[in-house]
Design a protein around this ligand. Sequence first.
Ligand code: UDP
Ligand code: MG
Length: 312
Amino acid sequence: MKKVSILVPCYNEEKSLPLLYPELHFLMDNNTSYEWEILFVNDGSKDNTINIIKALRAADKRINYVDLTRNFGKENAMLAGFDYVTGDCMVILDADLQDPPSLIPQMLEYWEQGYDDVYAKRASRGKESWLRRKCSLIFYQILDKSSRFDILPNVGDFRLLDRCCINALKNLRESERYTKGMFCWIGYRKKEIIFDRGDRAAGESNWNFWSLSKLAVEGITSFTTAPLRIATIIGGIVAFFAFILIFYYSFKTIFCGDEVKGFTTIIVAVLLMGGIQLLAIGILGEYTGRIFNETKKRPTYLASYYNESKLI
Ligand code: UDP
Ligand code: MG
């Protein structure tokens, strides 16, 4: 019998889990042709999440959990999940019911047809501000245009992955992770299904504007070096015009005896150049910072428990 794992990263989800579990229970009991596993990754929750998970496991042995030593962020929690799932395939699901478990049977059908990565694309994005929607669209466009493989817009982490994809993802162990890009990077046979993303069932979204911007910078810097190239191109263009202006004004001063005027022009030029230089240094810094973090070769997460056994 094939085994299907459902991976649920959880951070402060004490209110969502009691709503999520009945849905998963219903799903598993209605699809008895598969063996099921639910793997909860407790990402250092500060509320009662871990105790709820333990209570669920006590009642249902299809549930496994990994307890991380602190909050490592969803991207790292997912890697922990990739390491510990035991299924022939895996569905990544948010704990807050924004990803409807009712879509899983359809994903399984496509999996049986031979697709390795069945991803759910959002037809709508639930209750999100106009600004967040616009920003994420622009971000996807930048990423897609500048990387050598297709980046899918409006596709989250909600997807079914075959064992071959799980193994491939386990090999990508960089510490600053942008998993959405990795799903595209690994390739394999992909299939899209469309769904309406609802709102959070309970609790608060763990993302704010800054953490999303950080993820966006992480996405861009880990998948493309285009910003460095753009900085070079802008630098080249500015230098080219500066060169022409040098000749023009030197000629004018020497042969026409024109005295130097235009304090404003000079200030504007200096500020413009200063700004561009700082921006370029900042971009360089982003990449250097990533190199610094990667060279430390720290593990991307630390887990203290797998089910009842302490990891040492
Ligand atoms: N999550 C996590 N670690 C974190 C933040 C979030 O494991 O540091 C989990 C969270 O419990 C949820 C999923 O990631 O299951 C998506 O989080 P959230 O709903 O806050 O994100 P959004 O739906 O707003 O993108
Ligand atoms: Mg959510």
